[in-house]
Write a protein that binds this ligand. Structure first.
Ligand code: DQA
Length: 183
């Protein structure tokens, strides 16, 4: 039901829409030199399919499984297929709500959980993901992550940050590629 944000129980979920959240995530991602893609569905199987498709193609995941948080072994199993940090986000504080919302099938397999901080929680999650990524197998992902590349260099790994490749990936954002080379 996250597509109904803005109209849905504003006392719990605020007045912003899912589009607002996605736009602020894109802006924050550009700042962090990360690329984000977003997906929403009301169908459990579609969410499982989307997570499976992301395997091997993403470095981390921010997920608000909404009501499926409390019920879905299928989404949990799909998340287990992913490598990299996973941040679980809830707009409302699920731990202050009904007992059935206080159980999460994702929490114990997630890197961390942000709950109750509203839409800002997604931005904090992206920052947490960026930090976790820099620590998580930094050498393996340097080709696609300037942040990881910088961190790998900082830690003295023998890496070459390929500016041409980074330019290709970040053609819209020269700062990301050049910051990496200066890093
Ligand atoms: C939610 C909390 C869930 O319990 C609920 O079913 C949602 C949204 C949140 O973001 O606070 O749909 O995940």
């Amino acid at each position: 039901n996250l597509n109904m944000l803005g109209q849905r129980e504003p006392d719990h979920y605020g007045h912003g829409t899912l589009d607002d959240i996605n736009q602020s995530l894109s802006a924050k991602a550009a700042e962090l030199c990360l690329q984000v893609s977003t997906f929403q569905s009301n169908h459990e199987g579609e969410l499982v399919d989307a997570i499976q498709k992301a395997v091997g193609r993403v470095q981390g995941l921010i997920i608000n499984p909404a009501a499926y948080t409390h019920t879905s072994v299928a989404i949990r199993d799909a998340v287990l297929l992913l490598e990299g940090p996973v941040i679980e986000v809830h707009l409302s504080n699920i731990h202050q709500r009904e007992p059935f919302r206080q159980r999460s099938f994702i929490a114990d397999i997630a890197t961390g959980q942000i709950s109750g901080l509203g839409a800002s929680g997604y931005l904090f999650a992206l920052e947490a993901l960026a930090q976790a990524l820099a620590l998580y197998v930094p050498v393996r992902f340097v080709e696609t992550s300037p942040l990881a590349c910088r961190e790998a260099e900082r830690r003295g790994h023998d890496v070459v940050c390929d500016s041409a490749l980074l330019d290709d990936i970040y053609e819209d954002n020269d700062d990301c590629a050049s910051a990496t080379m200066l890093g």
